[in-house]
Write a protein that binds this ligand. Structure first.
Ligand code: NAD
Length: 368
């Protein structure tokens, strides 16, 4: 039995009592019925490690299907063609993919390339009249993010950012609890996001391709998490950077940054982003009536956690399967996830990253 079906069957038991409106639960509750609606036909751009993971997860999707690829490596295209039965006419390279505009068999392109390429590639996809799904971080700064939003608006296509946690059942349940007041007044969030990065020659450590170091790649989870857990936008940030290996983490590539955010309600967040420590995938939030602790909090899962009411028991489903079915429902039916995954949501994170970099450099409190 597929993990999705398992999820659907367990859902009726475990999710009783949870308001399901606008959540993946709602989406999947309704999908116990046979689905005969439109299928989102997706081409993946960038056939690297995450693109491979997304393609595999899409095998279990009901509303989305991989139908094409865009890659600079002909041998990879061949391999993917035979694995996913992709016709030649749906396979492109980085030079010719603008021709996708004449291909009615592709609805959306999922950009899963290095961060520094996202903006130009996403804008080209939009100009070809296709919906854009783009990995996080959406670009390398807020200006790029806004240019992507503007281009997608001008082309009248959707821009969605790969925020898979916005569809993850335990995360959704916690956000819903917060909305329902279960934690009372939320006062403090702690986010720890990091891992020890290997190969010093990889694009993640090349400023032009990555736009930054740990913050762009993994620290963004604590930023986005603080926002969806607390349900507020920060008013200010402060930040402190530590660099123990300037050879590996060159100018513009942050190794470790601790940062703090202050919110209009008076809530505060204290977070750590690093490429130089392991076992850091943890969220904690406390409020006037209760708390939640999640560890792992944003890895591929299963996510684990507990609140003052007990263990989080929502079933694990492959995040990217839920995400792609959820994004298809958003595009075709306007079903909104509990927290947006649109370009504006991406720009909010990019503005905070810009502010954190500035705060780390100037050692000043930066107002947002
Ligand atoms: P990767 O290195 O495994 O794959 C990148 C792909 O881009 C490769 O296939 C590579 O050939 C291709 N590429 C195209 N032009 C390139 C160039 N000029 N230089 C280098 N590579 C080029 O990286 P990845 O881990 O798949 O990450 C890709 C994107 O996905 C990043 O934006 C990353 O932040 C994001 N990502 C998101 C998640 C998530 O959980 N949402 C997880 C991992 C990665």
């Amino acid at each position: 039995m597929s993990s999705r079906r398992n999820f659907i069957e367990k859902l009726s038991i475990t999710a009783v009592g949870l308001p399901l409106l606008h959540s993946p639960a709602q989406l999947f509750a309704s999908s116990t019925e046979p689905y005969d609606g439109p299928i989102l036909k997706v081409a993946i751009m960038g056939l690297g490690s995450y693109g491979t993971r997304v393609a595999k997860a899409m095998e279990d999707c009901k509303r989305a299907k991989l139908v094409g690829v865009i890659s600079g490596t002909p041998s990879k295209i061949k391999k993917w063609q035979s694995k996913y039965n992709l016709p030649d006419k749906n396979c492109y390279n980085y030079e010719n993919f603008d021709a996708i505009k004449d291909n009615p068999d592709i609805d959306a392109v999922y950009v899963i390339t290095p961060n520094g390429l996202h903006k130009d590639q996403s804008i080209r996809v939009a100009e070809a009249g296709k919906h854009v799904i783009c990995e996080k971080p959406m670009g390398v700064n807020a200006e790029e993010g806004q240019a992507m939003v503007d281009a997608c608006n001008a082309a009248n296509v959707k821009l969605l950012i790969g925020y898979r946690m916005h569809f993850e059942p335990k995360t959704v349940a916690v956000i819903q609890m917060r909305k329902d007041g279960a934690f009372g007044e939320t006062k403090f969030f702690q986010g720890q996001s990091g891992f020890t990065i290997g190969d010093p020659t990889q694009w993640r450590l090349n400023k032009e391709l990555s736009g930054g170091g740990a913050m762009m790649d993994i620290g963004i989870y604590s930023i986005n998490g603080a926002r969806y857990m607390l349900g507020e936008e920060p008013a200010w940030v402060t930040a402190q950077e530590t660099k123990t290996n300037p050879e590996k983490f060159k100018e513009g590539i942050d190794e470790t940054i601790q940062f703090q955010m202050g919110f209009p309600s008076g809530a505060v967040a204290n977070c750590l982003s690093t490429y130089n420590m392991n076992n850091l995938d943890r969220f904690f939030m406390t409020g006037s009536k209760g708390f939640v602790e999640m560890q792992p909090s944003t890895g591929y899962g299963p996510i684990e956690g507990k609140t003052h009411k007990g263990k989080l028991t929502q079933p694990h489903v492959t995040h990217q399967t839920l995400q792609m079915d959820g994004m298809a429902a958003l595009i075709f039916e306007g079903v909104q996830p509990i927290v947006p995954v649109d370009g504006e949501e991406g720009v909010k994170d990019m503005k905070i990253i810009d502010a954190i970099f500035l705060a780390a450099k100037t050692r000043d409190k930066v107002m947002l």
